[in-house]
Write a protein that binds this ligand. Structure first.
Ligand SMILES: *Cc1c(COP(=O)(O)O)cnc(C)c1O
Length: 492
């Protein structure tokens, strides 16, 4: 069962099943749904899992949660990992140093780790909508990776329509093309004149708008969202952390019972929350090391116990998926550690005063599980360049993890870092790093330049984007979004 991070308002049900929580992701007082209890791994879970495939381990962990989704549906959902590069090994663990291993989470259809959760989640959500005989409009706002992954998973799915908002000019060419060339009659992609915050706040105001919902109801449509506050995504983000450790065991790189560090490049904190839940379930993580860019709000929280937006402005970096100041999933950790009353108090304080402060004792509790550090774009480019020269290619988000590896480990333990995107999504930055220049390369030129310099292939799914037909060319002002979406629904 699932309960609410800010307590119950006596209007909504006190406990809900998984299916309810993912169809209606906003809980009382603007809170989020969290599992009432987490299952635990039994003594020989990890040893037994050494002989199992990623899909088998996934099904086993889902089973431990006793969610109200039929086994056959979960099996179909998990079979979507067959769309990944290597169907037997969708998530390779690659050793790059004696004690450092990369969990490559980006081998799915849209080349970023969002596919890990959105592929199976899309299948489950569409199944539930069909079962209810209810049509849903899913809203998504993206800085570049969530959009393509959401569109890919819902394309042509029954009972689902998607409206995806992206900041026009604010994404890479590859990310934009992934969205505007995506086929599917049930999809609408809208460029916004503004930045990601504008797209995100437009989405939030539509989700809260009674008149918008009433317009949709006239057409028999309910509203939902597929952002990472939806627990349907979080559950799949627990599993790859577990599998990374199982791969270490399988490769004989770690002894039974020995702990390891887990490094996560973080923005909205969904990936890190998955690691936290995995740790609580019994995965032997020594500490979760959080890597950020110069939007260092998470570093401040975890090192100083202070979440303060008052003196902060969002800064644009070469790791745009981490350019974020309001990191939604932190709330689930606050709830888990301090309970609903205190969690609501902290979140209310953030909403009203744009800051909150943890007590010394609370900070100590947070630091039992997390350490954090941030790095700037120069560090990321130097790191990309150094590792590329030695034969390992990592994207600008992944590069921030090395700062944590170099600075935050207090013990000599094996370490796993999450690689969250393929280099091809950020080719201009990659070529800048390699050449040590600051030229603004078009993506196509940067892809070819980088690929030739390092003799790496550009996957077909990326190269073919440049010749595909553009299906969505609308770019609108912020106040034109609602009409654009309603027109799309009426056509539909
Ligand atoms: C979304 C994203 C992140 C941040 O992940 P969170 O779960 O939001 O913390 C990091 N890197 C890339 C490439 C992403 O797409």
């Amino acid at each position: 069962m699932f309960i609410e991070t800010r307590g119950n308002d006596n209007q909504k049900p006190e406990e809900v099943e998984f299916s309810y929580a993912i169809l209606n992701p906003s809980a009382s007082f603007g809170g989020l749904y969290v599992p009432k209890e987490l299952p635990s791994f039994d003594a020989d879970f990890f040893e037994n899992a050494k002989n199992k495939s990623y899909k088998e381990v996934t099904l086993e962990i889902l089973d431990m949660f006793h969610i109200d989704i039929e086994k056959s549906v979960l099996e179909e959902a998990v079979n979507l990992y067959d769309k990944f590069d290597d169907t037997l090994h969708p998530v390779p663990l690659v050793q790059i140093k004696e004690d450092l291993h990369v969990n490559e989470l980006y081998h799915g259809p849209t080349r970023a780790f969002k596919d890990m959760a959105l592929q199976p989640f899309g299948h489950i959500l569409s199944h539930l909508a069909q079962k209810e005989n209810q049509n849903y409009l899913i809203l998504a706002a993206t800085s570049g990776d969530t959009g393509p992954a959401t569109l890919d998973t819902f394309a042509n799915k029954k009972n689902i329509q998607v409206a995806c908002l992206y900041p026009s000019g604010g994404t890479s060419d590859v990310q934009r093309l992934q969205m505007v060339t995506q086929e599917g009659k049930n999809l609408k992609v809208i460029g916004i004149k503004g930045n990601f915050d504008d797209a995100q706040s437009a989405l939030k105001s539509l989700l809260a708008s009674q008149t918008f919902k009433e317009e949709l109801v006239k057409d028999g449509i309910k509203l939902s969202a597929a952002n990472s506050v939806n627990f349907g995504r979080i559950i799949f983000q627990i599993i790859y952390h577990v599998f990374g450790y199982i791969s270490l065991l399988k490769q004989n790189k770690i002894n039974k019972g020995e702990k390891f560090y887990q490094i996560v490049p973080s923005g909205n904190f969904g990936n890190a929350l998955g690691a936290y839940y995995a740790k609580k379930m019994g995965l032997p993580i020594e500490k979760i090391l959080i890597a950020s860019n110069i939007n260092n709000i998470l570093t401040e929280l975890i090192t100083q116990g202070r979440y303060d937006l008052r003196d902060k402005k969002l800064l644009l970096t070469t790791s745009p998926a981490m350019d974020i100041l309001i990191s939604s999933n932190v709330e689930r950790v606050l709830f888990d550690k301090f309970g609903a009353t205190r969690c609501k108090e902290l979140m209310d304080c953030l909403n009203q005063n744009r800051h909150y402060e943890l007590s010394k004792e609370e900070l100590a509790l947070l630091q039992e599980d997390f350490s954090a550090i941030y790095s700037d774009d120069i560090y990321a480019k130097d790191t990309i360049n150094n590792y590329a020269k030695n034969g390992y290619i990592m994207d600008p988000h992944t590069a921030t993890c090395l700062k944590a590896y170099e600075n935050l480990r207090e013990k000599n333990l094996q370490t796993i870092l999450c690689s969250t995107a393929e280099w091809t999504k950020f080719a201009p930055t990659m070529l800048n790093a390699l050449r040590g220049d600051e030229k603004k390369y078009p993506d196509i030129e940067a892809l070819e330049g980088f690929s030739q310099a390092l003799h790496v292939k550009i996957p077909q799914s990326i190269s073919k984007l440049f010749t595909k037909e553009i299906l969505h060319s609308n770019v609108v002002e912020k106040d034109g979004i609602e009409k654009e979406i309603l027109d799309f629904i009426k056509e539909g």
